[in-house]
Design a protein around this ligand. Sequence first.
Ligand code: MC0
Length: 146
Amino acid sequence: MLTRIDHIGIACRNLDETVEFYRATYGFEVFHTEVNEEQGVREAMLKINETSDGGASYLQLLEPTREDSTVGKWLAKNGEGVHHIAFGTADVDGDAAAVRDKGVRVLYDQPRIGSMGSRITFLHPKDCHGVLTELVTSAPAEQTEH
Ligand code: MC0
């Protein structure tokens, strides 16, 4: 069951400048940063609020680490902006299978590693009314990390 908006992924050209915009404009602070080489992104997670399922909702700022990454290609075509939305679930495997059974293309056969050790998969935007959609199961330790 999908129980929260886990994050909104925002593609940017310069992570440090974009982090500073969100800090100076809204007061949002960085909760976590990492490089995910498999996905080709350097990212910052800004925690917005905790959620009733024990998780949290974030803004995820994404800078490509290479031009031929998914975010790099998307930025070249569209410029900066909202890249994807992610729904949180305790069971990414089960929810991905259920969505696949409804005819939506799930991009990975098995979930891969996402932010903060989470397990993630993506749904094709052409099957989701133009929205690249991610399903996320957080790592158990996420809520204590800083
Ligand atoms: C592409 N399209 C999108 C889109 N990306 N539509 C909405 N939102 C997006 N983000 C559209 C294109 O405009 C195009 O439509 C069609 O999909 C095919 O796109 P393409 O440019 O030809 O690119 P493909 O087919 O090579 O790749 C698209 C695909 C890819 C969605 C399969 O981006 C992908 O595998 N994404 C999942 C992984 C990902 O995005 N990782 C980065 C975030 P037209 O009409 O022009 O044909 S990593 C992350 O977020 C992790 C770290 C985490 O959350 O923990």
